[in-house]
Design a protein around this ligand. Structure first.
Ligand code: ADP
Length: 273
């Protein structure tokens, strides 16, 4: 609580009393704290690649440039770190746009079977490079009202994580089905108007420890910093996904077992209205 005492004077500048103002500032304080934490995190995240670029450029200028092999490997690091900076800034801007609701969603009906096939195609080269198989099971004839580009961003982010956090030879699978409510059971399929669809993305990867499960949707939270870094992660992917799902009035859940794999389950309303 914020407490303020304001003296009151009447028209003749005579002291008339005191106004007591009580204001609940906990929500404002919390927002302020979150904002300053975010700024601190962003600065920290940006500093690391900038320090690398600067350090390696300095060493090159200091003479390393004369050894072609060293020069080449340092330039590669500078290139990779700039790339990483670029991705970080892109994700930070994206997240801030989504959080301040500056992304107008364009809803249209999307047929999920062709949508998923196309999305998987876009991830194919990344999967092949890591020798990961992608399987897909989509119930035919399912539609959902969504912003197509944003829905693609959601699915690609989850597939990309599945590929990144799964050892070679593993599998990432997609399952799309209607959400069956108890009263729908036993009914003729044509007679049922599904209200929600479910998208499940499962991998056979490294998994996430139970204690980290609730935190992985937080900005910049990573279970294993080194691993996320080496796979080019920004630590913002899942926060972006969660926000986008919520903008579609949907929900996202995560279940995972270390050494066995992870499943992300998204439920979206079929109609947005
Ligand atoms: P990143 O860019 O680091 O991948 P994300 O926000 O996408 O950031 O994910 C946050 C963290 O959650 C990751 O750093 C990783 O530790 C964990 N994670 C996300 N997806 C998976 C997955 N499919 N399997 C195991 N761990 C995962």
């Amino acid at each position: 609580l914020d407490l303020n005492l304001v003296p009151i004077f009447d028209g003749n500048e005579e002291f008339g009393g005191v106004l007591l103002v009580l204001q609940d500032v906990s929500a404002i304080k919390r927002l302020e704290r979150m904002r300053s934490e975010f700024v601190a995190n962003v600065s920290h995240e940006l500093k690391t690649p900038i320090a690398a670029v600067k350090g390696f450029a300095e060493t090159l200028l200091g003479g390393a440039v004369n050894d072609p092999e060293t020069a080449r490997s340092f330039l590669q690091i500078i290139f990779d770190e700039s790339d990483r900076l670029n991705r970080l800034i892109g994700d930070i801007l994206e997240l801030s746009k989504i959080e301040s609701r500056r992304v107008p969603l364009m809803f249209s009906p999307i047929e999920l079977e062709p949508f998923m096939s196309k999305t998987v195609e876009l991830m194919e080269s990344e999967a092949v490079r890591k020798d990961i198989g992608i399987t897909m099971k989509v119930e035919p004839g399912l539609y959902v009202e969504a912003d197509e580009d944003r829905l693609r961003q959601i699915v690609m982010n989850l597939l990309s994580n599945g590929i990144n956090y799964t050892p070679e030879g593993g599998v990432v699978s997609i399952l799309v089905e209607p959400v069956l409510l108890p009263w729908m059971e036993g009914m003729n399929e044509e007679d049922v108007d599904y209200e929600h669809i479910r998208i499940m993305i499962t991998d056979t990867g490294i998994g996430i420890p139970k204690k980290d499960l609730p935190r992985v949707f937080e900005r910049f939270y990573r279970v294993d910093k080194a691993r996320s870094r080496s796979s080019g992660g920004t630590g913002l992917g899942l926060s972006i996904v969660k926000h986008l799902v919520e903008l579609h009035r949907g929900s996202i859940e995560l279940d995972s077992n270390v050494g066995i794999g992870s499943t992300f389950t998204i439920e979206l309303p079929v109609l947005q209205q």
